[in-house]
Write a protein that binds this ligand. Structure first.
Ligand code: UDP
Ligand code: MG
Length: 307
């Protein structure tokens, strides 16, 4: 073997029994010329995912697995991979073949040219209209709110140099959002585009509620602007209220049709009550994050591994 570096591959899997063999075989054709290790992270699957990984391990000892005690989520599975990978460069990709392994040689090539981070962006996602729209809205919002720029369509399919992985391991955040953390780290980065194919087998493991959580984590871990919004809204309402007071005084002094105002009273009470609830909700969201973060619980619990 002429290449004397190690490539680590990380593949998070959650109930992906029918994709394991396929992703392994397809990966192999692109990485067999390198020294490699493949980490399958079984994120608490309840089907035969782990058994299928173990079967592959029988014929290829470079295939390793980490199996969680329950479902801890995609980002935490990636963290487990980054924590354990020993390669000189580390590549993560999905298990459903939506991230084309054929891009890997080019990623490694760019890494050898000196780029510390090779990230990817999907050109067109073959997923449904609904996901496309929600993802567009999400990236609009997060880029308006946060300090780091996160590309629309940025994917968790990337190559990181060993040095970057070291830095990443130092960050001890409970609410991980790698698409934001990676640009935040700096280093020399380059982005490739790819065409996402449809899922090889099975259904998406990102339910709508998981997506909402992911989006809210992404926004609240990268920005405190939503907290500041309350100040603007507060000022606006105070100003409107002030105008209304002037009007009320005018009515009371210069006309004789005062004391009608049940409607206006109830409207303003409800309106301000509503705004307050929204703002308390935003503050509560951040406070809740601090609370959880402060417990310093681990991001994942390993039930079984072979490395
Ligand atoms: N995944 C995971 N834990 C989860 C949800 C998803 O490890 O709780 C894995 C999943 O097995 C897949 C990758 O994360 O390899 C991306 O998930 P999926 O393909 O379902 O998301 P989509 O492509 O629909 O956004
Ligand atoms: Mg997918």
């Amino acid at each position: 073997m002429e290449n004397n570096f190690i490539v680590s591959i990380i593949i998070p899997c959650y109930n992906e029994e029918s994709n394991i063999a396929q992703i392994y075989n397809s990966l192999l054709s692109y990485i067999k010329d390198f020294n490699y290790e493949i980490f399958f992270i079984d994120d608490g699957s309840t089907d035969n995912t782990l058994e299928n990984i173990k079967t592959i391990n029988k014929s290829d000892k470079q295939v390793k697995f980490i199996s969680f005690s329950r479902n801890f989520g995609h980002q935490n599975a990636l963290k487990a991979g980054y924590d354990s990978a020993k390669g000189d460069c580390v590549i993560c990709l999905d298990s459903d073949l939506q991230h084309p392994p054929e891009l890997i040689p080019e990623m490694i090539n760019l890494w050898q040219k000196g780029y510390k981070i090779v990230s990817t962006k999907r050109k067109d996602k073959s997923s449904g209209f609904f996901k496309k729209i929600t993802s567009k809205i999400f990236y609009r919002v997060i880029n308006k709110l946060s300090e780091v720029k996160i590309e629309d369509g940025a994917a968790d399919f990337r190559l990181l140099d060993k040095q970057v992985v070291q830095e990443l391991k130092k960050l001890n955040e409970k609410f991980l959002f790698y698409r934001g953390l990676i640009p935040w780290l700096g280093f020399s980065q380059i982005q490739l585009e790819y065409l996402a194919s449809p899922r090889f087998s099975g259904r998406t493991k990102y339910s709508f509620s998981k997506m909402l959580h992911f989006a809210s984590d992404g926004i609240t871990s990268f920005s405190v602007k939503p907290l500041k919004v309350s100040i603007y809204i507060g000022f606006t309402i105070a100003f409107v209220a002030f105008l209304y007071i002037l009007y009320a005084i005018y009515i009371a002094i210069f006309t004789d049709k005062a004391v009608a105002g049940w409607t206006s009273t109830i409207i303003s009470v409800l309106f301000i009550g509503g705004i307050q609830l929204v703002m308390i909700g935003i503050v509560g969201n951040y406070l809740g994050k601090l609370f959880i973060e402060n417990k310093k619980r681990p991001n994942y619990i390993i039930k079984e591994k072979n490395d």
